[in-house]
Write a protein that binds this ligand. Sequence first.
Ligand SMILES: Cc1cc2nc3c(=O)[nH]c(=O)nc-3n(C[C@H](O)[C@H](O)[C@H](O)COP(=O)(O)O)c2cc1C
Length: 261
Amino acid sequence: MRFHLSDSGTLSLREPMDFKRLEVLIDPQPPEAVERAIHRIGRRESATHVRIAPSVLRFVSGHAGEPEWEEGFARMLDYAQRSGWVDDAGQVRAHISHAGQEDVVSIDEFKTALRALPAGICAVSTGQGDKVAGMIVSSLTAVCAEPPMIGFFAHRQSSFTAPLLESGRFVANVLGEGHDAVMAQFLQAPQGLARFSDERWCSESGQAPVLSDALASMECDVVWTQTLGTHVLVVGKVRRSRHSPSNPVVHFNAATHRIAA
Ligand SMILES: Cc1cc2nc3c(=O)[nH]c(=O)nc-3n(C[C@H](O)[C@H](O)[C@H](O)COP(=O)(O)O)c2cc1C
């Protein structure tokens, strides 16, 4: 098995059924990012080795509890023990290997491709009282219906992201025709109450602002976050939703378009 420390910030176990080797595979990334990732999975022993607790491997394997996997894993740990690769704390020694530079598309090519993707526009709100925050996103998507979950990607440096993660709740308000002012305010006003001065924003005590005439407003609890490159994937379970009949808009080729009736 290989613990992959990717340059996207993900930590995952590759080939979890291969019990013949234990390796830490590191994508090219700045030294401080490498050390942060190693710290999350165990501890660096030397330039070439990392120590990892078996419980961490079990957790990320996705197979813990399956008889076949448990049997292979026990055999692997036993072999490591007999070979002197397990220390007094029970941590196993894993060899570090470095992945080569992968081919990726240029940022310009990436943006050109994504400009071709029509997407809905949402004003996402979080916080309550005078500690509210909001952001326009076009990355909102359904995750699944059972349980009802939606997700979006928030830039880590956005002034919205820290209040969102602190609150653990958000409302995704789907914008339509007639919401130009709401959108402009979110994009131009300073973060906080100033973004919510439009009279259509309603606040019930203890929850994030809801846009009363949004096409849909979905009130969510954050159930999962994952840092991926510059963004955080935020997944919420939808506790309540409301609807208002209105004409939708889409973001396409860097502009907002009405959908002709
Ligand atoms: C149509 C549109 C869609 C956007 N979608 C996203 C998105 O999905 N995720 C994101 O982090 N920022 C998105 N942005 C940028 C944010 O709305 C915001 O401008 C940026 O994060 C700066 O935020 P701040 O002023 O709140 O710090 C989008 C902007 C526009 C105009």
